[in-house]
Design a protein around this ligand. Structure first.
Ligand code: ADP
Length: 663
C-alpha cells in the first residue's frame, strides 16, 4: 500500500467539490451511475469487438446498496473494471485539458482563481485542507449545475470513498481509498467478479445538509427517476415496502392487514419514449408524457420527433403546447429544453437550444455527442449545441408551416396563443429573423374577416394594385369602419386588419413581402388616385388654400397640415400621417413612454371637400366669420380623434361646443 497526492489540477477541482456550498449535491448519484453504465457499455462493446461470447446486454446490472447502520452507500457494477494503473490514473487525475479549460473559463470571466479564495471558503461547514486555488463560488455553482463533474462529486456527500475494482480478464483486484483533498491510497484487495464497487462513507448531518437522506430508499428511488431513468441497464435496489397481506380476508369497511416485504426492485424505466419510432408510440402516450413532464394539463397541439445523425447526433422530442402558460408573456417565463447526454439528464432547462421567437416550444434533446465529462462539454457548449439549435430552429419552422398548410384550425388556435411571440420575433434584433418568420405570419383581412397569410394576400392582389394595404385598430370591425378604409375597399382591394400592438411594428420591419410594399391605409400616399383624381385634388387644395391655412393656424402644431382629401367619400374628415410614426404607434407609445418626451405622429387633417359640411365652412369663410370657423375646426379635429380611437384632449370643451351648435 502506498499513499499519493492528487495531481495539482485535480486537487483544485476536488477542493471546489468539497467546499462548494452548491445546493445540488444530489447529482453525485447521477455521476456514479453514469460511470457504472459507461463501464458496462465498454465491456459490452469489448466483448462484441473481441468476439467474446457468453456476455449479453441483459447480464449487466447496476446495484445500489444503502446501509443506514454503517452510514454507507455502495454503487456496484459488473462492467469493465479498472486495473491498478487505471485506478491510479483515472481517479488520481482529471484529464489535463479538462482542468485547463476549466481554469480558462474562470479567468475569461475575470475571476482569477487566486482572488476568490475567501469567497469559496465562506459559509462552508467543512474547512478545506488547502483552498488556495478554489474558484469563485457562484461560478462553480454554475458549472456544476450544467455539466457532469464525474467521480469527484462523490466528495460532495462523502467524507471517505472506497473504490474496489477488478478489471475484466484480470486476477487481481485493487482498492482505492481517499478521504478528500490530501490524497489517496492504493492497495490490493479481494473481489470475486469483474467490475467496480464504490462505497461512500456519508458525511455527518449538519444544520445545512442532511446527508443521511441519501441512505433512504425512497430518496434514492426518486433520484434515479429524476436523473437516470433512461440508463439502459437496470438499476436495482432492495426495497422494503408495506403491503396488504396476501391471504388476509379483508372484511368490508376494515383496513387490510399490512406486512413488510423486502424485494429487489428495478428503479429505472430504461427505454425512453423519445428513442422509440414515431409510429411505435400513440399520440395519447406522447400527450401523457408531455403533461407529466412539463406540468401542463392541456394536450399539446403538435408533436415533433426528430432523430438526426451526422454533424450532430441527437434525438429531439418537442411539443407545441395547446395553451400558453399564464406567465408566458411575462419575465418569469423561462424558455428552454431538457437536455440529456445519452439518456442522462444534464440540464433541466437549456436555454441555448431555443431562439426567443420559438420560446413556447417544450421538450427535450438527447444527444450522444454530449458527454458528462467536463473537458468535452466545455468545447461542445459552443459548437455542438449551436448546431443542434440551428437544426431545431429549421425543424420547428417547417413543422409550423406544415401545421399551417394541413391543419389550418389548429394553426389559428396556436396563433391565438403564441402568434404575438413570433410577431415580436420579426420585429426584434433589427429584423434579422424576418425572412425566417414571415411565412408564419397570419392576419385577419377584409376578405371575409378570415386569417390570411402574406402569400395568400399577394396571390389575390389585383393586377393594378400597387401595395399591400393594412389598417390598425382595436378590432377588425372598427378598422373596417375607418373613413380611410372606405376608398381602398371600394377599389376592391383587400386590407389586413392589424389588432395587436406589435403588429404595425413588425409590418414596418418587414417593409415588403416579395416585391410588394406594405402601405397603411392612413398613409398620405395610397397609390389609389388616377391622374384625374390628382388634378382635382390639386385644384381643391389651391382653391381652398386660404381657408386651410386659417384652419392650420387654429390647430397650431397639433397637425402638420390641413388638406383636401382624396380618400374620403362619405365621411367629412380623417387623419393621415406623414413620417414613420403612425397613429396606432402613437397609441402604443402613450402607454409606454414618459409623457414629457413622448413621440407623436405627424398628423394631417384631411377634409372631404365634397361633403355638405364643407360648403358650410366655405360660407363662413366668405362671411369672414373666423370665430365660428375656429370652433368648427376644433370640432372636426375632435371628430378625427374620436374616429381614430384617440382620447379627446378636452372633452368638456368638445361637449360645450356641440351644445352651442344644438342651441
Ligand atoms: P468521466 O467524465 O470521464 O467519467 P470521472 O471522473 O467520472 O470522469 O471518471 C474518470 C474515469 O474513471 C472514467 O473516465 C473511467 O475511465 C474511470 N471510471 C470511473 N468510474 C468507473 C467505473 N465504475 N468503472 C470503470 N471505470 C470507471
Amino acid at each position: 500500500m502506498y499513499k499519493k497526492q492528487f495531481k495539482a489540477e485535480s486537487k483544485r477541482l476536488l477542493d471546489m467539490m468539497i467546499n462548494s456550498i452548491y445546493t445540488n449535491k444530489e447529482i453525485f448519484l447521477r455521476e456514479l451511475i453514469s460511470n457504472a453504465s459507461d463501464a458496462e457499455d465498454k465491456l459490452y462493446f469489448k466483448t462484441l469487438q473481441d468476439g467474446i461470447s457468453g456476455l449479453s446486454r441483459s447480464d449487466f446490472v447496476i446495484w445500489l446498496e444503502p446501509d443506514k447502520e454503517a452510514g454507507t452507500l455502495t454503487i456496484r457494477d459488473n462492467g469493465i473494471g479498472m486495473t491498478k494503473d487505471e485506478l491510479d490514473k483515472n481517479l488520481g487525475t482529471i484529464a489535463k485539458s479538462g482542468s485547463r479549460l476549466f481554469k480558462e473559463e474562470f479567468q475569461d470571466d475575470g475571476t482569477a482563481s487566486e482572488e476568490a479564495t475567501e469567497e469559496a471558503t465562506e459559509d462552508t461547514g467543512d474547512s478545506p485542507a488547502d483552498d488556495e486555488d478554489a474558484p469563485k463560488k457562484d461560478k462553480d455553482i454554475d458549472i456544476i449545475g450544467q455539466f457532469g463533474v464525474g467521480f469527484y462529486s462523490a466528495f460532495m456527500v462523502a467524507k471517505k470513498v472506497v473504490v474496489k475494482s477488478k478489471a475484466y480478464g484480470s486476477d487481481e483486484a485493487y482498492e482505492w481509498t481517499s478521504e478528500g483533498a490530501d490524497g489517496y491510497t492504493l492497495s490490493p484487495c479481494v473481489k470475486d467478479d469483474h467490475g467496480t464497487e464504490i462505497t461512500l462513507y456519508m458525511k455527518d448531518d449538519n444544520g445545512d445538509e442532511e446527508y443521511s437522506q441519501y441512505l433512504e430508499t425512497y430518496m434514492l428511488s426518486s433520484l434515479v427517476k429524476k436523473y437516470s431513468d433512461y440508463i439502459r441497464y437496470p438499476i436495482k435496489m432492495m426495497v422494503t415496502e408495506q403491503k396488504p397481506k396476501e391471504d388476509a380476508n379483508v372484511e368490508e369497511g376494515k383496513e387490510p392487514e399490512l406486512e413488510e416485504i423486502t424485494e429487489e426492485k428495478t428503479l429505472n424505466t430504461m427505454a425512453p419514449i423519445w428513442k422509440k419510432q414515431r409510429r411505435e408510440v400513440k399520440d395519447e402516450e406522447y400527450n401523457e408524457f408531455y403533461k407529466e413532464n412539463f406540468y401542463d394539463y392541456t394536450d399539446p397541439c403538435w408533436i415533433i420527433r426528430s432523430s438526426t445523425e451526422g454533424v450532430a447526433t441527437y434525438t429531439a422530442l418537442l411539443f407545441i403546447p395547446g395553451r400558453a402558460p399564464i406567465n408566458y408573456y411575462s419575465k418569469s417565463y423561462e424558455k428552454g429544453l431538457r437536455l440529456y447526454a445519452s439518456g442522462v439528464l444534464i440540464m433541466d432547462n437549456c436555454k441555448d437550444l431555443l431562439p426567443d421567437y420559438f420560446s413556447f416550444v417544450r421538450g427535450l434533446v438527447d444527444s450522444e455527442d454530449l458527454n458528462l465529462n467536463i473537458s468535452r462539454e466545455m468545447l461542445q457548449q459552443d459548437s455542438q449545441l449551436k448546431v443542434i439549435e440551428s437544426h431545431l430552429e429549421k425543424r420547428i419552422k417547417s413543422e409550423l408551416l406544415k401545421m399551417l398548410r394541413t391543419q389550418r384550425d389548429t394553426y389559428e388556435k396556436f396563433w391565438g396563443e403564441f402568434g404575438t411571440q413570433i410577431k415580436f420575433g420579426v420585429y426584434s434584433d433589427y429584423g434579422m429573423h424576418k425572412d425566417l418568420l414571415q411565412d408564419l405570419l397570419i392576419y385577419r383581412s377584409s376578405k371575409e374577416g378570415k386569417y390570411t397569410t402574406l402569400d395568400e394576400y399577394v396571390d389575390r392582389m389585383a393586377p393594378d394594385q400597387k401595395y399591400i394595404y393594412y389598417g390598425c385598430g382595436s378590432s377588425p370591425e372598427s378598422i373596417a369602419k375607418l373613413p380611410q378604409a372606405e376608398r381602398v375597399l371600394e377599389k376592391g382591394y383587400e386590407i389586413f386588419y392589424l389588432t395587436d400592438e406589435v403588429d404595425e411594428f413588425s409590418i414596418k420591419t418587414l417593409q415588403t413581402y416579395g416585391e410588394k410594399e406594405f402601405r397603411s391605409i392612413t398613409d398620405d400616399d395610397l397609390g389609389l388616385e388616377t391622374e384625374e383624381d390628382k388634378e382635382n385634388l390639386k385644384k381643391a387644395d389651391e382653391e381652398n388654400k386660404d381657408l386651410f391655412d386659417l384652419m392650420k393656424e387654429d390647430l397650431g402644431d397639433k397637425v402638420v397640415a390641413v388638406k383636401a382629401s382624396s380618400r374620403l367619400k362619405s365621411y367629412p374628415v380623417c387623419f393621415s400621417t406623414e413620417g414613420p410614426i403612425s397613429i396606432e404607434m402613437e397609441k402604443v407609445f402613450m402607454t409606454q413612454q414618459d409623457p414629457s418626451n413622448r413621440v407623436h405622429a405627424q398628423k394631417v387633417l384631411e377634409v372631404n371637400t365634397e361633403h355638405p359640411m364643407f360648403s358650410k365652412l366655405r360660407q363662413l369663410y366668405i362671411a369672414d366669420d373666423k370665430e365660428t370657423i375656429k370652433t368648427y375646426t376644433k370640432l372636426l379635429y375632435g371628430q378625427a380623434e374620436l374616429i381614430e380611437g384617440l382620447p379627446l384632449e378636452d372633452p368638456i370643451e368638445f361637449s360645450n361646443d356641440i351644445c352651442e351648435l344644438m342651441k
